[in-house]
Design a protein around this ligand. Structure first.
Ligand SMILES: [Zn+2]
Length: 428
């Protein structure tokens, strides 16, 4: 059963049936929200009846997605999402927090959050018989599209800046996508991709521009909701938590999300809004957006109290969130404003320190993913998060994707002669 009934423009509120538009609002270029028949979903049953617990990944939430089941299309496509949540008690203690978790998106098939969006776009591409799917990418979105496309035997073309980290470019090539490295920024690649898709009739996955990317990303919110609602039962089975369950559930969950073009945080907000429209969630978590100081166009708009996104000249080592003109900025501002969250800015030095901190808990985050934790450190310092506030941090990608950045966060290992004397010398 598919409950996809149309699109609604986030700016002018115009509504369109599914077949009328493909990307953004024809009137004003606004990002389109996918609209579902919420009444029909609600009438169909309670969440535990509607959802498919046997599915390992995001397809568990198929009734809330605007696509049909991709069927037997490859394992990678089927296993996107369903990422684990870890508690990180030592970091929690260091920050003086009682409850702190990381949702580790590096466990997706191509090792980043972007697999969620690409799984949905590739499923949509199959439905509309698109011969080629194309995307601009700083690396992760492209790797995700290349991975999902390979699994579905779908042709994919990726435009990435030539400065994208080598590991991400390697992924694109290994997954068999056609790769074009643009001598320019992510924003240059983005604009070129749209022109090329119009010229050659390709289906464009560009983040935010294609309304299905946010629908894929919203599945993280559905998983967070599913995990959070089961916590009291899980805690009851775990004696260590004891009597603090009631205290925990009195506070809203606080979710820290790295923000570049704004599509992850707007997609997660959409997931929670869908759940609220269904009456399946009582309280939407507070969303905290974290941007790099050198790529802060959305935070700037938030601080100025407006929704006007003024482009910046982005400069940060966190390539995944390095964006001049965010393509989903308005909804990203609203995601934080409407959930009573906050935007935080972090420096590259703070991001590198966060990579090391997360590493001490066994989590290897890429710079953008670590930025979310760096934002939490700042929020605690500013008194925005109190000791009893439960916090979930989203690590959006694996540190293996950008080893060069990781090596800036640590000291080089010493090279020694193969003798005990040499060992004694260095361990003193
Ligand atoms: Zn519009």
């Amino acid at each position: 059963m598919n409950y996809f009934v149309g699109y609604r423009c986030s700016l002018c509120k115009a509504e369109y049936p599914p077949s009328a538009v493909t990307y953004t609002c024809p009137k004003d270029g606004g990002n389109l929200d996918v609209w579902l028949d919420y009444d029909a979903i609600r009438r169909s049953g309670e969440p535990d009846v509607m959802l498919s617990p046997e599915e390992p990944g995001l397809w568990k939430y198929l009734p809330l997605l605007p696509v049909k089941d991709p069927g037997k299309a490859g394992t990678a496509l089927r296993s996107a999402g369903g990422t684990p949540v870890y508690s990180i008690p030592r970091l929690a203690a260091g920050l003086g927090l009682e409850y702190l978790w990381v949702k580790d998106e590096s466990r997706n098939p191509s090792a980043s959050f972007k697999d969620r969006a690409s799984a949905l776009v590739v499923a949509r591409a199959r439905e509309i018989n698109a011969s080629v799917v194309v995307t601009a990418s700083t690396g992760n979105a492209g790797a995700a599209l290349a991975c999902m496309a390979a699994a579905a035997n779908q042709k994919a073309i990726i435009f990435a800046p030539r400065t994208a980290p080598q590991a991400k470019i390697a992924q694109l090539l290994i997954f068999g996508a056609r790769v074009l490295l643009v001598d320019g920024s992510y924003d240059d690649a983005f604009d070129l991709t749209i022109k090329a898709s119009q010229e050659f009739g390709w289906y464009c996955r560009n983040t935010g521009y294609n309304p299905f990317t946010a629908e894929g990303k919203k599945t993280a919110a559905l998983e967070i909701w599913d995990w959070w609602r089961k916590i009291p039962a899980d805690m009851n089975n775990d004696q260590r938590w004891g009597p603090s369950i009631d205290a925990l559930m009195r506070h809203p969950l606080n979710v820290f999300i790295p923000v570049g073009d704004g599509n992850i945080i707007s997609g997660i907000h959409k997931g929670f809004r869908d759940l609220a429209a269904l009456g399946w969630i009582e309280q939407i978590p507070r969303l905290f957006g974290v941007q790099a100081e050198g790529s802060a166009a959305i935070a700037n708009a938030f601080y100025s109290g407006s929704e006007t996104i003024v482009p910046v000249s982005a400069r940060t080592l966190a390539d995944s969130i390095s964006v001049d003109l965010p393509r989903d900025g308005v909804r990203a501002v609203r995601a934080v404003r409407e959930t009573r969250g906050q935007y935080l800015l972090v420096s590259d030095a703070e991001i590198l320190a966060a990579i090391v901190e997360l590493g001490r808990e066994g989590i290897f985050a890429e710079p953008a993913g670590a930025a979310a934790y760096a934002g939490l450190v700042k929020a605690v310092g500013q008194g925005l998060i109190l000791p009893e506030d439960p916090v979930l941090v989203l690590n959006t990608g694996s540190g293996l994707k950008d080893v060069k950045a990781a090596m800036q966060a640590v000291r080089e290992a010493p090279v020694i002669e193969p003798t005990l004397a040499a060992v004694r010398l260095v361990i003193q």
